[in-house]
Design a protein around this ligand. Structure first.
Ligand SMILES: NCC(=O)CCC(=O)O
Length: 425
């Protein structure tokens, strides 16, 4: 008897839905989530000691593979010196300097403890700096769970069919303009109509919360131009893509410079770290220098920062991203080949260490196209792979993640399992 259903039932007694974040639930695919005991490299082991090849990677942070020895050692050493001080540390300076040196648009940054805090504060800052109320976001993008951003959002909201959260009064979202991703005309029209009231655009420069959807040629460039023209700020939400798609995020790949950038996931190496940063003149509006308030008991936590610093150090190894991208490409192309051989309508896409799998002939370029994919087939494939020891995200609306430890043997084992799974669809 598997312990997972038993643990799930027990969890449901005291934790709503049995999980501490909705995307961990299997509600969209059925069955009990796997309760994880430990993880190492590309693998996780559940309560039955069953091993899985993991393509969730903690939803992004585990880029080095789980429990990288150098990261674990850094955490252990930091923990011995004290868990939290609520006072500045030298390590905070070091991680801030490291991030500012690597992300082209960041002069100054502040550390927080999650991506939600980073995006929430970046929006407040944009409004504070411009004195304008409105913000532009895109349908299917997810920027954490701050009230004004939970409108037609991706990730768990899209997965569970509640794209706009209950509990957010209409007055709280009256200033949130929601447009379609990759539809620059809509953005232009919005600026023509109410440009003087728009504080910022917030965008996932590669969307990873409605499956993987890349920006259409000219889309990000157009956003940049419109923001500059109308005096609004462009916020790249690189919580998912930062240090994931390449050493400088999407802004490094495209050369486009946002005014503000939000980060989390990889920069914490598996511990709770987020950050928002950008041009110095904008960042100096943050308290105690300026009047835009933001704070946090655990911001810059010494143990979390130690994990982040160790991770960032390892990412700068020569050839790291070339290897990560090559492994991700092998996975995506290999899956597409196996599906084709089995006659299953399927496509896959990838960028850096991120990938999307779609039960459709063509790689989707919009939320509408993602939504038209065959979800029932995804569910069957997901379960078939799970039984064979490969754990994808339990949603047809989430990107997947590869780590540097997903070597050729791990990718091959995944493709062998997929060959059998596709044959039975
Ligand atoms: N796409 C999902 C996430 O990135 C965040 C994970 C979570 O919500 O638990």
């Amino acid at each position: 008897m598997s312990r997972n259903p038993e643990l799930f039932e027990r969890a449901c007694q005291t934790i709503p839905g049995g999980v501490n974040s909705p995307v961990r639930a299997f509600r969209s695919v059925g069955g009990a989530p796997r309760f994880i005991k430990r993880a190492q490299g590309p693998y996780m082991w559940d309560a039955d000691d069953t091993r899985y090849i993991d393509y969730i990677g903690s939803w992004g942070p585990a880029i080095l593979g789980h429990a990288h020895p150098e990261v674990v050692r850094a955490v252990q050493e930091a923990a011995v010196g004290g868990l939290s001080f609520g006072a500045p540390t030298e390590a905070e300076i070091e991680i801030a300097e490291t991030i500012a040196a690597r992300i082209p648009s960041i002069d100054k940054l502040r550390l927080v403890s999650s991506g939600t805090e980073a995006t929430m504060t970046a929006i407040r800052l944009a409004r504070g700096v411009t004195g304008r109320p409105k913000i532009v976001k895109f349908e299917g993008c997810y920027h954490g769970h701050a009230d004004s951003l939970l409108v037609k959002a991706g990730s768990g909201l899209l997965t569970f069919g509640t794209p706009t959260s209950a509990g957010v009064p209409p007055e709280f979202i009256q200033h949130t303009l929601v447009l379609e991703y990759n539809k620059l005309d809509q953005v232009r029209a919005a600026f023509e109509e109410e440009g003087k009231d728009i504080a910022c655009i917030i965008v996932e420069p590669v969307a990873g919360n409605m499956n993987l959807v890349k920006p259409a040629p000219g889309f990000l460039e157009g956003l940049r131009e419109l923001c500059t023209q109308y005096g609004a700020l462009l916020i790249f939400d690189e919580v998912m893509t930062g240090f994931r798609v390449g050493p400088q995020g999407v802004q490094g790949l495209t050369g486009i410079r946002p005014d503000l950038t939000t980060l989390a996931k990889v920069i914490g190496g598996g511990m709770p770290v987020g950050a928002f940063g950008g041009r110095a003149d904008i960042m100096e509006h943050i308290a105690p220098l300026g009047g835009v308030y933001q704070a946090g008991t655990l911001s810059g936590n010494p143990v979390a920062v130690a994990a982040g610093l160790a991770t960032l150090r390892l990412l700068s190894a020569p050839g790291f991203y070339e290897h990560l991208s090559a492994q991700t490409a092998k996975l995506a192309q290999g899956l597409a080949e196996r599906a084709r051989a089995a006659g299953v309508p399927f496509s896959a896409d990838h960028i850096g260490g991120m990938f999307g799998i779609y039960f459709s002939e063509q790689v989707p370029t919009s939320l509408a196209e993602v939504s038209a994919c065959n979800v029932e087939r995804f569910k069957k494939f997901f379960h078939a792979m799970l039984i064979k020891g490969v754990h994808f995200a339990p949603s047809a609306f989430e990107a997947g993640f590869v780590s540097a430890t997903h070597d050729d043997a791990v990718i091959q084992a995944t493709l062998d399992a997929a060959e059998q799974a596709f044959a039975k669809l």
